[in-house]
Design a protein around this ligand. Structure first.
Ligand code: OGA
Ligand code: MN
Length: 318
């Protein structure tokens, strides 16, 4: 790391308004300062950066690489229904159970989480301190044409395209987020979540239209964790959230990333874009071993309107 070698990476846009692929970056021996500077600039400008065959050799290298962006989140607890991986900073996004076998429909704890991940979201929006960058690495991917793609939505462009009236109406609003709102929405009949009242669970307050600080562009932070709007009747707030979310996930704002090879890496800025997993024919049959790190936000909106002390014990997940 930190070599003075001059290198210019090639940036190829993947969508008319956001998302790019960076060519010429091999992370098997770390990343130089010069390369990192270009990479971070692309993450800020494009919101999503794809690196094909990035070749991070293992979980430790994945965590070390992620540290270049800032403080890496640690998973506070080990889920007994998931594999035990060596680094607490690695979130297991796979479809594998604790024995490393493909999850089937009878595994309620895991399938409810997988369904939750298929709703549009920004990682960590339910936490008092939200997430900045996520780095998702493919270790094992399903056969081509069996699905398992990741979708991204350009939430800055979506805000920009709203009418001036709508912008004025929403720009100072605050949304109340809960991890359980996403899970309940995705799994309305699951006994795991049916009796949970979101309002009794930990809640996080974040601006509905935070500024993406590196570019100064506002973003629609309409994640599936957002339960209602502060100061508005619950239903009225939920109607507004649904309307804005429907707007942001229109096809013109969406880029679908297809994983091609083990070693592929996607890096995105959760303070600029939304994302979701998609289902596919591979489910219940083929391995999809994806591992993720999350870097905590340090921008002026990192803690939203929450007490920063609450973030000390935040239980990260999903
Ligand atoms: C994530 C995520 C989507 C996917 O890792 O945060 O939402 O396609 N992943 O696995
Ligand atoms: Mn996610």
């Amino acid at each position: 790391m930190g070599s003075s070698q001059e290198s210019q990476l090639r940036v190829e846009p993947l969508h008319p308004t956001f998302a790019c692929e960076i060519h010429g970056l091999d992370l098997s021996n770390g990343i130089t300062d010069k390369e990192f500077e270009q990479l971070q600039k692309a993450v800020h400008q494009y919101g999503v950066v794809v690196v094909r065959k990035a070749n991070l050799p293992d979980d430790h290298a994945h965590v070390d690489f992620s540290r270049r962006f800032g403080e890496v989140e640690k998973s506070k607890y080990r889920n007994p229904h998931m594999r035990s991986l060596p680094c607490p900073e690695i979130f297991d996004i796979s479809n594998l159970d604790e024995k490393g076998e493909v999850v089937t429909h009878s595994n309620e704890k895991r399938t409810t989480a997988i369904r939750g991940n298929a709703l549009w979201h920004a990682d960590g929006s339910f936490n008092p301190r939200r997430t900045y960058v996520s780095c998702l690495r493919a270790v094992d991917i399903p056969p081509k044409s069996m699905g398992g793609h990741t979708e991204y939505a350009d939430a800055r462009q979506a805000y920009e395209d709203l009418s001036e009236e709508k912008k004025a109406k929403i720009k100072d609003l605050v949304a109340i987020h809960s991890f359980y709102h996403n899970r309940k929405t995705a799994n309305p009949d699951s006994p795991l979540f049916k009796d949970i009242n979101v309002m009794d669970m930990p809640l996080a307050r974040h601006k509905l239209v935070p500024i993406h600080h590196p570019t100064g562009r506002p973003m629609l932070y309409v994640t599936s964790y957002a339960h209602h709007i502060e100061g508005m009747a619950i239903e009225e707030g939920q109607t507004l959230l649904r309307e804005l979310s429907d707007h942001a996930k229109q096809p013109i704002y969406v880029f679908e990333h297809h994983w091609e090879s083990p070693g592929d890496l996607a890096i995105w800025d959760n303070t600029a874009v939304l994302h979701r997993a998609t289902s596919g024919d591979y489910e219940g049959k083929h391995r999809r071993d994806m591992r993720r790190t999350c870097v905590m936000d340090s921008s002026p909106d990192a803690y939203g309107l929450n007490d920063p002390d609450l973030a000390k014990n935040q239980a990260s997940s999903s």
